[in-house]
Design a protein around this ligand. Structure first.
Ligand code: PLP
Length: 494
């Protein structure tokens, strides 16, 4: 049988197999890696009664070489079956007439856990399959949730170590506390004096540094990144679309084969893109409803076909969605036209002018599959408050963006199709905002955790319990100019 290969959205990358795609992360031409093979149609009936680990094995092995399915099962077991997540992994709750699939039940109470629990295992497995004996050093710059989820994912994974750089002026107190109290023998958390862009730019420089490349070569180390354009972040996310759909079938809320909608609070668009792949694998999804905050570049794209990054950047109360360059959209455009030279030209236009507009054929497919809307910050708080009052379900700020946008969509279209809202964070990750939304009161983040718990009786997720009093293990703060020296020293110590 022909090996399954991956190509770049921009057309200038020799085909890579799964392992090479995971380890390389991005196309050598700057594009994103995509499967060049047709994905299998999945038999929903065969998946219906599977637990999460078995279903993940079935879905994920669609993308891996055919002879390693049992290895993939072991990796999925480590990620989802060994107690990091609850037994049902992604519980589906109800908020009024909306089904809420909770993607935040993992080790850091964030959606990023869904992928970052598995990616480290993909990496070590890929190295093994390639016969590599190099150690992987993961470098990550984070503005919040990704850093912590990556730390938890890579912690104590053999053959890997991870260095997370966070801007000391750019993460929330809880996010910072989650990171600097991180345990594990192979983890390092370093503050960078400056904002997120400073941290990100410094880390990008490290990846391109010849000095570090030479050191890596001498010390048998391999630098990699855990960021969301790696195909290994995307593939694990396809699973919960199937799982949450089939949960509704098992609960007799829908019949097998019924079409449903998904509403997705979106930023870098990786979450939604996984759903689009699920649809191509036969999951009956009618519409994806793309929800944005005041950084509403995706809303405009889905309504007009034009992506225009020439606009102001806002810091909002749903910070994981504060984004102007939504990287994974490039993959969607590629899937819709299957034409790398076209994608290449759009991306060039984006680079040069900050704008591109897809042609009519692509836009017609966009409109067939997607709807979009956005909420401002006041709407977000109002939505949390009214949803809690009317349904008893407590939304975080990001999920509230989804809920509010869906309600508006429902009103405007009168679409009665059953809808799953993907919940991307625990309300306790953004407790000040959520507390304010529910009570009108203003408290600091730690006070708000306890007060919110007292008021709503919603359980505080284990990863956030007692977080304030946890021992600080990482106190290093460095200037962005010294990051390459710092990493160099770390490589020498391996
Ligand atoms: C990352 C994240 C998002 C956005 O997901 P994308 O895959 O980047 O679209 C939304 N909400 C939360 C809480 C997140 O952490």
């Amino acid at each position: 049988m022909k090996e399954k290969m991956y190509l770049s959205t921009r057309g200038d990358q020799k085909p890579l197999n799964f392992y090479e795609a995971i380890l390389q992360g991005i196309g050598s031409d700057g594009g994103l890696l995509v499967p060049e093979f047709d994905v299998d149609q999945k038999d929903l009936k065969a998946l219906l009664h599977m637990n999460y680990v078995d279903m993940a094995t079935e879905i994920i092995s669609t993308f891996t070489p055919d002879d390693v399915k049992e290895d993939i099962r072991k990796l999925c077991q480590k990620a989802y079956g060994d107690g990091l997540f609850p037994k049902d992994v992604v519980p589906v709750e109800k908020a009024g007439d909306v089904y809420v699939a909770e993607l935040f039940q993992g080790p850091t109470a964030a959606f990023k856990d869904m992928a970052l629990s598995l990616l480290p295992h993909f990496m070590t497995f890929s190295l093994k399959q390639k016969g590599e004996n190099r150690e992987v050093m993961i470098l990550a710059a984070t503005s919040g949730d990704t850093g912590k989820a990556a730390l938890e994912g890579f912690k104590d994974v053999k053959g890997t170590c991870i260095k997370v750089f966070y801007p000391i002026d750019g993460v929330s107190p809880i996010q910072k506390q989650q990171m600097i109290t991180q345990t594990g023998d192979n983890v390092d958390v370093i503050g960078i004096r400056g904002n997120f862009d400073d941290a990100q730019t410094a880390v990008k420089k490290a990846f391109n540094s010849q000095e570090l490349k030479d050191l890596c070569h001498q010390h048998n180390v391999f630098l990699s990144s855990a960021n969301s354009i790696n195909i290994g972040r995307l593939i694990p996310q396809i699973v919960y679309y199937f799982y949450s759909y089939l949960t509704l079938v098992n609960q007799k809320e829908i019949k097998l084969g019924d079409e449903i909608n998904f509403t997705i609070p979106s930023g870098n668009f990786g979450n939604c893109l996984a759903g689009y792949i699920a649809k191509n694998m036969g999951l009956p999804i009618q519409k994806f409803i793309i929800a944005s905050n005041k950084n509403n570049i995706l809303t405009d794209f889905f309504q007009t076909g034009q992506y225009d990054a020439n606009r102001e950047f806002y810091k909002t109360n749903a910070p994981a969605m504060d984004i102007l360059v939504s990287s994974n959209l490039e993959r969607l455009v590629y899937f819709l036209c299957q034409d790398a030279s076209k994608v290449n030209s759009y991306m060039q236009q984006l680079n040069e002018t900050g704008v591109y507009k897809v042609d009519n054929d692509i836009f017609a497919k966009v409109q067939e599959n997607f709807a979009a809307g956005w909420l401002n910050e006041t709407n977000v708080l109002d939505t949390i408050g009214s949803c809690y009052k009317e349904t008893g379900y407590l939304l975080d700020t990001h999920t509230a963006v989804g809920y509010g946008v869906y309600k508006e969509y429902q009103k405007q279209t009168n679409d009665q199709t059953k809808t799953i809202l993907l919940s991307t964070a625990s309300p306790y990750k953004f407790p000040s905002s959520v507390y304010q939304a529910v009570t009108g009161g203003i408290l600091d983040e730690y006070e708000a955790i306890d007060a919110l718990n007292e008021k709503t009786k919603v359980a505080i997720p284990t990863p956030l319990q007692g977080i304030k009093d946890r021992e600080v293990l990482h106190k290093k703060v460095i200037d962005k100019e010294t990051i390459i020296d710092f990493i160099g020293d770390q490589i020498k110590e391996l």
